[in-house]
Design a protein around this ligand. Structure first.
Ligand SMILES: *[C@@H]1O[C@H](CO)[C@@H](O)[C@H](O)[C@H]1NC(C)=O
Length: 184
């Protein structure tokens, strides 16, 4: 008898909980049946461009915003770096790489990259991809994940391959990017 009462109370509680849970989650998020119905095939786009990181001179495109006096570990830069079609900085602009890179390793040269690559050219004008990855800048080719995007690159995922084509003793560099991005 006692266990039956407990069981009935429990069931009631469960029903009430389910009821409120359904109401709450229904208000906050909806099952995307229509979205699934119109889902288009995913496609992969290959982008090729050059990234110019200028840290020297009167008008650097990347500036140090944090770090310690003890070592370079923790040095953090804010960049608004030009992206161009060809390797020369004077070639046709295709966008900007905006965001942070920081020295995230104590015993080697490895950057944490947290950057949006915002494009301004052709059909990709106004669209962007977001990169969050590890960049061991002394390696010939570095692979970094694309974790999202906007505009034509909405729901993007993929990877970027970065290869330094030029650098000088002041720290300025030109990096070639081959990006493979899947999106809808
Ligand atoms: C990109 O879009 C902006 C805003 O719509 C526009 O002002 C600009 O001229 C466009 N650039 C190119 C290269 O089409």
């Amino acid at each position: 008898m006692a266990s039956q009462v407990t069981c009935t109370l429990f069931s009631l509680q469960f029903i009430l909980f389910s009821y409120f849970f359904t109401i709450t989650s229904g208000a906050f998020c909806e099952e995307g049946a229509e979205v699934i119905a119109i889902k288009r095939a995913e496609k992969t786009t290959h982008l090729h461009f050059y990234f110019h990181d200028i840290v020297s001179g009167e008008n650097p495109s990347a500036i140090r915003i944090a770090g310690s006096d003890k070592s370079s570990f923790g040095d953090t830069m804010m960049a608004d770096d030009l992206l161009t079609e060809g390797p020369e900085i004077s070639s046709k602009p295709v966008g900007k790489a905006q965001g942070l890179y920081a020295l995230a390793a104590q015993n080697d040269i490895s950057l944490l990259m947290v950057m949006n690559y915002a494009f301004t050219e052709g059909e990709y004008n106004g669209s962007s991809i977001s990169i969050l990855g590890r960049n061991q800048i002394l390696n010939d080719v570095r692979e970094m994940p694309i974790v999202g995007g906007s505009g034509l690159f909405r729901l993007a995922h993929g990877y970027a391959l970065a290869h330094t084509v030029w650098f000088d003793e002041q720290g300025d560099a030109t990096v070639e990017y081959n990006v493979y991005v899947s999106h809808y």
